[in-house]
Design a binder for this molecule. Structure first.
Ligand SMILES: [Ca+2]
Length: 265
C-alpha cells in the first residue's frame, strides 16, 4: 500500500503493472536467509550496482513511502534432511553397551531413520531408543524414560559400516524437550560384541553429548558417536510441501501465517 506525503489526485503507480508480483527464489535449511527489501524510485525494479541476488526491489515514486507490504510465499518445500553432528574423522571405537548420542533440531520434525557407524565382530541383537533431553543443572542429558524404542534389531558382523534403523516417522516436538535436543541410544544385548565409531571431543563438548547408561544412571562421556539422523518436516513422508508453521518459518522474527500447504503470508 502506498502513502504519499502530499497525495496527488491520481495513484498512477497502481495501474502501472510494476506493483503486482515479484518472483524470487530462496533455498536453505535451518539457518537464516538474508533478503533485503529495497524501495526504489519510480518504475525501477532492477538491481543496482551494490545489490545482491537475494534483494527485492519495489518501485515507488520519489517522495512517497511504503507503510506496509504483503508478502506471499509459495512453493515452500521441506525435503528430508540428514543431520550429522559429527562429520569429522573418527579416531577410536566404543564397545557397545548402552550409549546415547545427541542431535539438535531447529524446528519440529519427524524422525524417519537413523544411521550409526559400527564394527561388529560377534553378531547379535540390539535395542535402539529415542530420548528427549532434560536440563541437568544446565547440561543436556537424556530423560530417564525413552520416547520410542525399536527393539530386537539384528546387527550383522561387518567392519566400519553404516547401519540404518527405521524410526517410523516419529514426531519430534522441540517444545517437549530441552534445548531442541534429542538422543539416539543403542543398547547391545546377548552376546553382541560390537563397536560404535566415535571421535574425541576437542574441545568439549564437541558436536554433541554422549551418555553411557549403567544401572539406570546416565553419565556423560567426552566424545561423540558417529550418527546420522534423517528427519522430515511434513506430517506425511516423504515430505515435500510444508506449511510455514511446520518448519517455523519467520520473517524479521515474525511468524509467517499458513495459507495452505506450501504457501504462507
Ligand atoms: Ca561430545
Amino acid at each position: 500500500m502506498l502513502s504519499a506525503q502530499n497525495p496527488p489526485p491520481l495513484l498512477f503507480m497502481h495501474s502501472s503493472g510494476h506493483l503486482n508480483t515479484f518472483t524470487k527464489t530462496y533455498t536453505g535449511s535451518g539457518g537464516q536467509l538474508t533478503a533485503l527489501l529495497y524501495i526504489t524510485n519510480n518504475y525501477n525494479d532492477a538491481p543496482n550496482a551494490t545489490s545482491t541476488d537475494d534483494d527485492i526491489y519495489i518501485p515507488c515514486p520519489n517522495g512517497w513511502k511504503i507503510v506496509w507490504a504483503n508478502l506471499t510465499l509459495s512453493n515452500i518445500n521441506a525435503p528430508n534432511v540428514t543431520i550429522e553432528p559429527n562429520a569429522s574423522k573418527e579416531n577410536f571405537d566404543l564397545p557397545l553397551g548402552f550409549y546415547a548420542m545427541s542431535f539438535k533440531l531447529t524446528c519440529n520434525a519427524y524422525l524417519d531413520n537413523v544411521s550409526v557407524k559400527l564394527t561388529v565382530v560377534n553378531d547379535d541383537y540390539a535395542n535402539f531408543y529415542l530420548y528427549k533431553a532434560i536440563n541437568s543443572s544446565g547440561v543436556l542429558k537424556p530423560s530417564d524414560s525413552y520416547q520410542k524404542r525399536v527393539g530386537n534389531v539384528f546387527l550383522p558382523n561387518d567392519t566400519d559400516y553404516w547401519f540404518d534403523v527405521d524410526f517410523g516417522h516419529e514426531p519430534l516436538n522441540i517444545s517437549d524437550t530441552f534445548d531442541n535436543t534429542f538422543f539416539i541410544a543403542i543398547e547391545g544385548t546377548g552376546d553382541l560384541i560390537g563397536r560404535w565409531k566415535v571421535i574425541i571431543d576437542d574441545p568439549e563438548p564437541g558436536a554433541g553429548y554422549v551418555y553411557r547408561k549403567v544401572d539406570g544412571v546416565w553419565s556423560i562421556q567426552n566424545y561423540d558417536c558417529k550418527l546420522r539422523v534423517n528427519v522430515s518436516a511434513g506430517e506425511k513422508s516423504p515430505a515435500e510441501s510444508a506449511s510455514p508453521s511446520e518448519i517455523g518459518l519467520t520473517i524479521n522474527g515474525s511468524r509467517v501465517s499458513d495459507i495452505s500447504k506450501g504457501k504462507g503470508k
